[in-house]
Design a protein around this ligand. Structure first.
Ligand code: NAD
Length: 270
C-alpha cells in the first residue's frame, strides 16, 4: 500500500502472481484425497510451498500419507485437537524443522451425530461445546501457536459454510459454530494485523467429503446447490485450493479478515 499523494509506479511481477516458493505452511484437515485440505495442499505445493501436514489418528494415517507422500510434505504428524499436547507438539516440530512458519490452513470440523441431526433448539451443552472446541476454538489455538513463528508476517486460513449466515436445512448445529468461527477469524485478523499476519475464512459450496457425509440428506443439499448456483456446477477441492494459495501469497498481502464464497454464485440467491 502506498501513502502520500504520489502513487508508486506499478512494477510488473517478474514471476507468477501466486508464488509460494520459499514459503512454509501447515495444513490441518486432510482425511483423504477428497478432503478440501488435500485440494489446498496440492495448490500450495504447485505454487512452490513446502508443507507440514497432520493426520487425526492411526486409522486415518495411511489415507493421509497417500496424499502427503504424493506431494512430498516435509513433516507428517499426528494431531487430534482434543488430545492434550498434540497441537502444541505439531508447532514444536515445525519450529524445530523450519524455525518459522508462513501460513496455516485450518480445515477441520466435527459435531456429535445426535446433536448434528437434531434441532439447534434441542442440542446438548456437551455436544455444542465439543463442536465449538474442535471446529472453532482450535482455530484460535492455532493462531496463538502460529503467531511467534510468523516472524515475517503470515496467513491463517479456515473453512466455513454459508449455513453460518442463513438457515440451511439439515446444517443445524454447524450453523452457529461456523458463525462463531467467522467472527473469531475477524478478531484474530484485527489483533494480529499489526504483525503482518492476515486471516480469512473460505466458504465453499457443498462437496462430497467424509465430513459432509455426516450431514443429514447431504445429497439433497448438493442437488439444490447445483440447481441454484448461477453456474449450475458444484465446486471441487481444487477450486478452494486455488483461492487458498492466492490468499497465502504476497499477491493478497493487503487483504485480510474476509469470508470469501467459492460456490459458483449460490450465495447470491435468496
Ligand atoms: P473431511 O472429512 O475431508 O475433513 C474434515 C477434517 O476434520 C478431517 O481431516 C478430520 O480428521 C478433521 N477432524 C475432525 N475432528 C478432528 C479433531 N478432533 N482433531 C483434528 N482434526 C479433526 O471434510 P471436508 O469437507 O474437507 O472438511 C473440511 C472443512 O471444510 C470443515 O471445516 C468443513 O466444515 C468445511 N466445509 C465443507 C464443505 C463440504 O461440503 N464438504 C462445505 C463448506 C465447508
Amino acid at each position: 500500500m502506498t501513502t502520500g499523494t504520489q502513487a508508486a509506479p506499478t512494477a510488473a511481477p517478474d514471476g507468477p502472481i501466486v508464488d509460494l516458493r520459499g514459503r512454509r505452511g501447515l495444513v490441518v484437515g486432510i482425511a483423504n484425497a477428497q478432503s478440501i485440505a488435500a485440494g489446498c495442499a496440492a495448490a500450495f505445493t504447485a505454487a512452490g510451498a513446502r508443507l507440514a501436514a497432520t493426520y487425526l489418528d492411526a486409522r486415518a494415517e495411511p489415507y493421509v500419507r497417500a496424499v502427503t507422500d504424493r506431494l512430498g510434505c516435509d513433516l507428517v504428524l499426528p494431531c487430534d485437537v482434543r488430545v492434550d499436547g498434540q497441537l502444541d507438539a505439531v508447532f514444536d516440530a515445525v519450529r524445530a524443522a523450519w524455525g518459522r512458519l508462513d501460513f496455516v490452513l485450518h480445515s477441520i470440523a466435527f459435531a456429535p451425530r445426535d446433536d448434528l441431526h437434531g434441532r439447534v433448539t434441542d442440542c446438548s451443552a456437551a455436544g455444542f461445546a465439543t463442536a465449538m472446541d474442535i471446529s472453532c476454538h482450535s482455530f484460535i489455538r492455532m493462531a496463538r501457536l502460529a503467531e511467534p513463528l510468523m516472524t515475517r508476517g503470515g496467513c491463517l486460513l479456515t473453512v466455513t459454510f454459508y449455513g453460518s449466515e442463513r438457515v440451511v436445512e439439515h446444517y443445524n448445529l454447524m450453523g452457529p459454530v461456523k458463525a462463531a468461527l467467522e467472527s473469531s477469524m475477524r478478531y484474530v485478523a484485527a489483533e494480529l494485523g499489526p504483525k503482518g499476519i492476515r486471516a480469512h475464512a473460505i466458504s465453499p459450496g457443498p462437496m462430497r467429503t467424509r465430513a459432509a457425509s455426516g450431514i443429514d440428506r447431504f445429497d439433497e443439499l448438493l442437488d439444490r446447490a447445483a440447481a441454484a448456483a448461477p453456474e449450475h456446477q458444484l465446486v471441487e477441492p481444487a477450486d478452494i485450493g486455488a483461492l487458498a494459495a492466492f490468499l497465502a501469497s504476497d499477491a493478497a498481502r493487503h487483504i485480510t479478515g474476509t469470508v470469501i464464497p467459492v460456490d459458483g454464485g449460490q450465495h447470491l440467491l435468496a
